[in-house]
Design a protein around this ligand. Sequence first.
Ligand code: NOJ
Length: 536
Amino acid sequence: MGVSDGHAWWEDAVVYEVYPRSFADSDGDGVGDLNGLRGRLPYLADLGVDAIWLTPFYPSPLADGGYDVSDYCAVDPLLGTLADFDALVKEAAASGIRVIVDIVPNHCSAEHPLFQAALASSPGSPERDRFIFREGRGQDGSLPPSNWPSSFGGAAWTRVPDGQWYLHMFDTTQPDWNWDNPAIPALFADVIRFWLDRGVAGLRVDVASAMFKDPELPDNPPGQHPLAPSGYRHRAELQALYRSWRQILDSYPAGEFPGQRTAIGEVWYDVPGTLAPYLQPGGLPQLFNFQLMLVPWEAGPLRRAVDAAQDLAGGSRAPWVIGNHDVPRPATRYALGLAHQYESTLPRGPIDTDDARAGARRARAAALLQLALPGSAYIYQGEELGLPEVIDIPDEARQDPVFRRTGGRRLGRDGCRVPLPWRAGPSGPSWLPQPPDWGRYSVETESAEPESILILYRTALRVRREHPALGRGGAMRWLESPPDSLIFSREPGFVFAANLGQTAIPLPPHSGILLSSGPVTDGSLPPDTAVWLARG
Ligand code: NOJ
């Protein structure tokens, strides 16, 4: 449970990402809420997860799905109350499930009282110094202070009536904090303690790469990769900050539930080597490893992606991820042969039925790959149901600022945020419309189908808990494999094989089949199928 056996729980945890507004709705207003989540804890316990990570549920104007926070120490009334949150933590603990909350330290909402105070104050005031306000360039200051782009499209600067500009690496409504002002680290240390004191097991750190800015605001050189080190990304000052956060985490007793407190940084990168400074001892316990999302469903790129993550992070500090609330759903990526790229675009029209079927098979196989790799794994809600990306949301229903800020050039992330289907029948209206045929992916339908992806996930998590080679078990070793396949072993006695090609391949030597993502007969592994094998 704690670190008494020399290991921390998070090294091999399976964590389930909850996007609260789209998980479960307890009051029928079309928006998921904390009490809906409480009511579904038995579902998550049955699934067999060790922890849940909640994306922001704090008061917010919802310009960016809650990543525009106007009060860091409260619950948005749309989602519940602090008492509901406390009850959630307590009830989850009763099922052995830990709770991780999202900390959003790069920016707040423009409605945050401190930004409102900054707007109401004059240039050069202490209030403005909590954010990054600057004079513009050009003779009349009408040009932004630097050429920095917003990650959501357009410029990262907005001008206020007195002529100054403020920095926002995301939407205009998300002003960046000035982390060089000592008041800001102090504010966030308090926020972190506030949630840890309420019993949370850890933090997911939003945009963990971008808080510090070079005060000189150097322009990006032309053609620079948007995720490369720059005047606002991967700056050295971050590491001292994370060491101070680690001290806060480690000041909580590790000996009893929820065990050692963790923090997992969201750091997107140009090349995996950019992550190295973050992995120094004493900093953030974990960083997401996005490698599996950055490549298509092809053996060579996947194998290199796994190797790159392993070389860098030694497995346990690099949780495997195949999707999240920012990325097109795996079933659809695999149907279309897409990797998630920074500027990825999706078709809006229907996907060919055969491609969709192949995508669904590959999503099952990818789940077995993800869950067989050494270390921990994050599952985004709905992956266990095999949900596809909803690509045909009408423009007027889209909510993601990315869609608006790019004039529709990037569809944005609404398609992976559509509320989960729980019942086989039609569901009521929701904040993002659910496709009419989603009952077939519902928990009710899939729970009753022995071959469903939901049952596959439940079984995989059970086998993973029970098998000593999985999770924190032995290192992985690639075995000789036919073209377009991935085969590796882990000790004791486990072999993983996946066929990413067009024709069946022989199963590697084994003494039994533990689990397969699709039918396996006559000792051969069909295309788009993965298998967990015992080796006697
Ligand atoms: C990363 C979050 O995952 C994403 O949803 C959000 O829009 C940006 N950070 C900005 O907070």
